[in-house]
Design a protein around this ligand. Structure first.
Ligand code: GFB
Length: 322
């Protein structure tokens, strides 16, 4: 058992999922339905999480006992690179406002969510928690990464100075139902699903893949991620952030082939070399999470199939966020 293993019960607790409409947030809401807790949420129209007073007023009134901080400005490689001000400002403000207000109203436990893009571009693979800040960041997502690194340090600082039980989890690239399936701003899996689905419908001869198709990524199904986050909330208390992944990686071209197989696409690939590859590899070391007792349950193909089934239905009903 790890030193930081602990027991925190969610039974009867008021739990706020900040970012409940997003990919992880919606999976968390689904997963938390199996716990005996009271879920609370607030919409973007009611509270702008980038505004300190709005967050302070909401938390003073709502008084959650536990918070999953899954709210963030997110997007794929192009969104990160083309909107650096939003990715840095929004994410720093959201986390600073929520962490500080959570301490002020006496929140018992808070789990802050980041991403494995916090690690250096050329970190040793697999990347362990201790590899943080050992080298320069990947330029395409350095603004998002810096905000998330600041979030980890915020949780550590409030733990050290105020004794708050605030923890951080760093999931690898996530995908699943309810994702943002748009060609320019989304992550690779929803982007390729959208493009491949359209190519099938239009009988197109080729689908565009950004960059070389050679980078490797580690993908985790959003419902597995939510399960890991609930597990950490209940069983981990430490200053060190915790990687959340599968420990398995795949080349971008191979994940495209898997999606093509699921969707029935038999056309060609066209590589747009004018687009960036980003990090060459981002494989996480999940030793800490495994030592606490959690491993992922959904295989990549099964997760892709479930996501594609959801997407096809949502697309047909005009319900995708594309
Ligand atoms: O998912 P993605 O945008 O994010 O891209 P990152 C992963 C890889 O897929 C890159 C390639 O090498 C892309 O060039 N790719 C190929 C595509 N075709 C496409 C496409 O049509 N759309 C997209 N989006 N990619 C993000 C960070 O990095 O990962 C975020 O920017 C965050 O900050 C997230 O950390 C988890 O893995 O490169």
């Amino acid at each position: 058992m790890n030193d930081a293993a602990t027991a925190y019960s969610l039974n009867g607790k008021r739990v706020w999922v900040a970012g409940h409409g997003g990919l992880v947030g919606s999976a968390l809401v689904k997963r938390l339905a199996a716990e005996s807790c009271e879920l609370i949420s607030v919409s973007r129209d009611e509270v702008d999480l980038r505004r300190q007073k709005e967050v302070e007023d909401w938390l003073a009134e709502a008084r959650p006992e536990a918070i999953f901080l899954a709210a963030a400005t997110v997007g794929g490689i192009h969104a990160n690179y083309s909107r650096p001000a939003e990715f840095l400002y929004d994410n720093m403000m959201i986390e600073a406002n929520i962490v500080d207000a959570a301490w002020r109203v006496g929140v018992e436990k808070l789990l802050f969510l980041g991403s494995t893009c916090i690690y250096p571009k050329f970190a040793p693979q697999p990347m362990a928690e201790g590899d943080l800040l050992t080298g320069p960041l990947e330029p395409t997502n350095q603004w998002y990464a810096l905000a998330k690194i600041a979030g980890i340090y915020l949780c550590q600082a409030y733990r050290r100075q105020h004794g708050c039980d605030f923890i951080s989890a760093m999931p690898t690239n996530l995908f699943g139902p309810g994702d943002f399936f748009e060609a320019e701003d989304s992550h690779v899996i929803p982007a390729l699903m959208g493009k491949i689905h359209k190519a099938c419908q239009e009988n197109a001869a080729e689908v565009e893949i950004w960059g070389s198709g050679e980078p490797y990524r580690e993908f985790l199904y959003s419902e597995d991620a939510a399960d890991a986050l609930v597990f950490l909330m209940k069983s981990y208390s430490g200053a060190e952030h915790v990687n959340v992944g599968t420990g398995e990686e795949i080349r971008i071209i191979d994940v495209a082939r898997l999606i093509a197989d699921i969707a029935g696409y038999r056309g060609a690939w066209k590589f747009d070399r004018g687009r960036q590859d980003g990090a060459p590899r981002k494989l996480s070391d999940n030793g800490l999470l495994r030592s606490l007792g959690w491993t992922a349950g959904t295989g990549l193909r099964d997760g892709l199939q479930a996501t594609y089934d959801w997407f096809r239905q949502a697309d047909a009903a005009g319900r995708t966020r594309a």
